[in-house]
Design a protein around this ligand. Structure first.
Ligand SMILES: [Fe+2]
Length: 399
């Protein structure tokens, strides 16, 4: 039994409309002159990179920009970006974009500090010490990577998602400007928003920290009061505003709610952990390359239903946070209201709700279930044990 918890997040969180304009000032605090920006071609096209470059030029900084990040970045992109920046005396890195650009920036921060190959840092606690200061500027509200200790890459040779997970790669600053998300198309808003809900709900209903079946240090520690508070507030905000953010992309209040929900969920899950929806999404993602948020969102209600018997009271509180009507319901029925509430959101935002619609063959389900067993780092914080058969059952329900 574990008898204490710890909490880590980004060094500083700055959140608000127009906060991007303080980027030069923030870098000034690090006494840095030479800055690397990591972003992708879409961010460049949207004019967000030029906006950031303008702000940094005004601050008199020397900036080089790597704009070739891509979704689920392959390991070779991290090497390419590292080679691009290696001899430039970089002192601060800005990860500007969706989760992929920020994750790439995290790995490059490790490489610029310690050298070597990305592969030597895969896993937990493999980063030797502090890395170059990283400023994470998200342009989606989803992964929470602006506050988390994880960076996910794709190992192309093994066709596997691989991750670096270490508190040393939590960004020094999370600079969250909801205005940067105004131009996101509805489907990306929907997918990333479901990732937020999945982080918050899996973090809130994970195993309690005292009973996490791990000895020794763990980044994902199970639930405790602090992560509970953050997760519940995140659920409340996302349940209230995700539909609006999808349907009215320029509704700044809905965008601001989702940006805050993403940060709060990131703070919660990057300490408490996530569960079976995230674990199952790993092998499925490698198979069909569907967006992460779509996959975890699609799986979420089915995983909730599986976990429901051991977390009824918590799921009932999720229903309350979602403003579901639970008057007169038993605890079990109230918990089920949370599951149905998530299904309603998925329908309302017109997201794919069945694995069959992603081109996955039904006879592949047992193999996908089997492969999920290897994702022990996530499964150990799931509140209910899962055999391969149990996971296959969840996948069949989601098919
Ligand atoms: Fe996620």
């Amino acid at each position: 039994m574990r008898n204490y918890w710890s909490f880590a997040t980004a060094g500083e969180i700055i959140l608000g409309n127009g906060s991007i304009n303080s980027l030069g000032e923030i870098i000034g605090k690090f006494k840095a002159r030479n800055v690397l920006i990591v972003c992708d071609p879409g961010i460049k096209q949207a004019g967000i990179m030029d906006k950031a470059l303008g702000i940094l030029a005004e601050a008199g900084l020397n900036v080089i920009a790597y704009d070739q990040a891509e979704p689920e970045p392959p390991v070779c992109k991290a090497i390419e970006c590292y080679q691009f920046a290696k001899n430039q005396n970089i002192e601060v890195i800005v990860g500007l974009g969706g989760g992929s650009s920020i994750d790439l920036a995290k790995v490059v921060a490790v490489l610029l500090t310690y050298g070597g190959d990305p592969k030597q840092y895969f896993g937990e606690f493999k980063v030797p010490g502090p890395v170059l200061p990283l400023i994470a500027v998200p342009t989606t509200s989803g992964t929470g990577t602006e506050v988390t200790p994880a960076a996910v890459l794709t190992d192309e040779e093994a066709n596997l998602k691989v991750g670096v997970s270490d508190n040393y790669i939590r960004p020094a600053v999370a600079l969250v400007d909801p205005e940067l998300t105004l131009g996101l198309p509805p489907h990306i808003t929907a997918h990333t928003g479901m990732d937020v809900l999945c982080h918050a709900i899996e973090a809130y209903t994970a195993v309690e920290y005292r009973y996490l079946p791990v000895t020794g240090p763990a980044i994902y520690q199970g639930t405790y009061e602090l992560t509970d508070t953050l997760a519940l507030k995140s659920i409340e905000l996302a349940a209230k505003s995700l539909r609006l953010a999808v349907e009215q992309g320029h509704n700044l209040q809905a965008r601001a709610d989702m940006a805050l929900a993403s940060v709060l969920a990131g703070m919660a899950f990057s300490n408490a952990g996530v569960g079976a929806a995230h674990a199952l999404a790993y092998p499925i993602g490698a198979e069909c390359h569907a967006p992460h948020g779509l996959l975890v969102g699609l799986l979420l209600p089915h995983v909730m239903e599986y976990n429901l018997p051991v977390q009824q009271e918590r799921f009932a509180r999720v229903a309350v946070a979602m403003e579901e009507n639970i008057n007169g319901l038993s605890v079990k029925a109230a918990a089920m209201a949370a599951v149905n509430g998530i299904k309603d959101i998925i329908a309302d935002i017109k997201m794919v709700s069945r694995l069959r619609d992603l081109g996955i063959q039904e006879d592949l389900l047992p193999l996908l279930a089997e492969r999920t067993l290897a994702v022990t780092r996530l499964l150990r914080s799931n509140p209910r044990r899962l055999t391969a058969k149990d996971m296959e059952g969840i996948l069949r329900n989601a098919y």
